[in-house]
Design a protein around this ligand. Sequence first.
Ligand code: CA
Length: 240
Amino acid sequence: MGSIEMRPKVVLVEDETDISEALGYSLRAEGYDVLIADEGYRGLDLIKRNRPRIAILDIMLPGIDGFEICRRVRADIATKDIPIIMLTAKDEQTDIVLGLGLGADDYITKPFSTAQLLARLRAVLGRGKLASDDENPDYAEVGELIVDKERYEATFRGRRLGLTATEFRILLAMALRPDCVFRRDELLNSSVGEGVFVIDRNIDVHMRSIRKKLGCHKLITTIRGVGYRLESSEAAARQA
Ligand code: CA
């Protein structure tokens, strides 16, 4: 308590020391207080004792694996709200779905750059503020995609998309957190308001329409069984 600002704690559970050392270094440089465990039980213990601002969990670990840590963190009332990012093997769709199903907030596939992880970290930490107005949520620019609420206009590669009000809100929410997985219910929450009512399954219908208007099907990835993600790399990629 008091006016001294504490460095936000991050618990990193990773048994590959190359990765944990490099990440630990980068996260400390970003101002985080990093606690590292190279084994599952110790990782869970660190989380329970320190209640970090965020936990980053590898999946394959000695002791208990990242899924089990996630499950136990979510089952404990003292730790259940701690944001979790899972580190998954390359394109292991089942890992991703299982992790998010257990309540992880996001995932990043190996190999990843430190910059990617830091971006994901900021996205997850900022997500709780999605509904508030304290970080300029009226304008988002991702590569060549621009979503401007002030002008109520979305453009991609300089072309106006002509979105409906609901489609606009969904795309704005995603563009504010590129490369971040949105569950359907999150998109639902972001698009409700100002007299618009959307029911869950309609998100898929809206998404189909948004993709059609974008004219680029790689820009929004479907995460089967979970939701959607806007790809910043595709938004930035120049068409040949
Ligand atoms: Ca591992």
